[in-house]
Write a protein that binds this ligand. Sequence first.
Ligand SMILES: O=C(O)CCC(=O)C(=O)O
Ligand SMILES: [Fe+2]
Length: 423
Amino acid sequence: MRKRIAELEEEIAASSRKPSLTDLLGLLGSFQFLCGDLTEAKLSYTRAVSLEEKALGGGLGGRKFAAALARVTRQIEADQTVASVRPSSEVFSEEPLVLQNIERRDGTKLGYIEFMSEYADKGVPVILTGLFEAGMFVRGAWSFDRLQEELGNKLIVPRRRVEDSPDWAHLEDSQQTSLSEFLEKISASSCEDYIFDWNLPGNAPDLVDELRIPKFFSGDLLQHLPEGSLYREAWPSLFIGPKGSRSGLHIDAFGSNFWMAMLQGQKEWTIFNREDASLLGPSYQISLDPTFAAERDLAHAPTGTSEPRKHALWRARGWRSLLSAGEVTRLCQGSPHAVNNVTATLAISANYIDTSNLERALEELDLIAAEDPRAVCVLEHLSRFRGGKHDHEHEKQLFASWSEFKRSQSKKSRNGPLGSTTD
Ligand SMILES: O=C(O)CCC(=O)C(=O)O
Ligand SMILES: [Fe+2]
């Protein structure tokens, strides 16, 4: 709450002009939201948004309060769901938290269409095996030694877990360090920092060139965007975590799907059903990407599947499994998840959009574009792919080379929307 008040103070200090009625309504909405007066906050934001819309005449950008209205609306819906399933007698239920294992499938035998219908469309996570052996990395999977050799002198700002942080996944920036120094510290187990989502295409283009993208993810629609667009060059990214480091419960941004390939060590993944996100006590006070009240319980009972539920929020259904070196996991948009590094780990991952999450991603991008002009272009380009079907083309090749992944998609985008191509 203090962070949000500080932001509001900054906004006021930076504004040299007299506030308009729209700004005043927006500000009033923010304070009502902070005080928990959600119905009133929604009314204030609704009025601010309708004044904004009148002033803008239908443009996509410059809608300062559209995201705020969406946040408070989501908060009201989530709170109603929690209230409807939480009679007070159940608050300290002793029922165990039961989570299923994430299903493992041989990635060399699973068809693209089955992958899309059984996992992507149903919101079910999966662990794919056999992809490393089949050549996902042209020169063999990367090791700590290889990274030390190739990237040792790169400077990186790792993240650090802060229990009460309102930030995404409870991670905040730590001290800058060289990769070499970081690797020394994690092998000596004297480190709480976590290299998290460090951009590889920009920092290690030669390494990325060795990567082959499995057919399950090669239909990434972000690759159809003009070169340099927001999100297009952001992934894959690198994760190096010491034993015991952790990312808190979160949902990935902009309605994106996610894959992670595990190069070294083991991570414990806990994933909740996306329909049950409200049961985990989300707060949308700071951002469209919520923090969760259930994070605290999860962080203190991260292993095993039979600890008692701390409260009825634990009715949420989900999965928990160890992801080991040589395996690749894939997660659907909207699924809350938390990850615990059981050993020191090395992994790469990407967020992406395909036909399974396009509609959802467009909804989120519309809200992001309201404030961020770079997202307007993403939204406009991706809207052209609406209505596309899962593309059988992806059955043909197990992997796309890195250059095919980047180039072929931009070539296709010149041919028009998915479904209108004849290939
Ligand atoms: O490996 C991790 O810590 C989780 C990564 C993750 O969930 C993300 O980047 O969104
Ligand atoms: Fe995530």
